[in-house]
Design a protein around this ligand. Sequence first.
Ligand SMILES: [Zn+2]
Length: 247
Amino acid sequence: MVIYVFWKLDELTWEEAGEVLRKADFVILPAASLEQHGKHLPLSVDSIRADYLVDEVLKMSDKYGLKLVKLPVLTYGCSEHHMNFPGTITIKPENYISLVYDIGVSLHRHGVKRFVIMNFHGGNLAPLNIAIQRIRKDTGMKTYLLHWTSFARDIINAWTEPGWGHACEHETSIVLLYRPELVRREKIVKPIIKPRPPISSFRYFDEITDTGGIGDPTRSSAEFAKKLVEQVTDRILKALKETLEVD
Ligand SMILES: [Zn+2]
């Protein structure tokens, strides 16, 4: 009998995994990216967020009576718009859709009832929307897409000035909370944002900002991040609970 409070798929044996995957209310794929995050943050910001913030959800899941399983973080994502900054690795959208699709189909074959992609990178949203549609169509498995920042937006808006978005006060605060040793504090500056054309277009990030960031990382605060994470974790668990009830 498996008695773990929360489960990480890659830490289980196949016998344990067989039982846990069938019993889980939701199996969660944390989706991230490997891309530039300004001059003061590492390329792994979205993976750090994905790993720690999904762990927070798992840790609190008992309170809501939810059985959750976490897959390893999908470290790579769709980051073409950051490719003019060294170190960024991007997966073509068609390959990314196929990869996520294959993960979903594998879970379905092991008896998973509900699959949630918890996403931490805006560039993944369009391909993930296609992937969840294809998984549902071909397997019938309930498949969801949850963007962490959508559950945090109003709280961040109330705390800071408009214009935050990338390697900003929000992301820097989260890294200060979990991996402070990775923040190059002497490199923190407010980026210069270039004017935006009135018609929407695809733009590379070096056409938007001088440092690679959007927002004001000089306002960052680990204390704010701690409060934000508590509230957002609670909101996400409530949303998962409600999803279970209505679905
Ligand atoms: Zn990011």
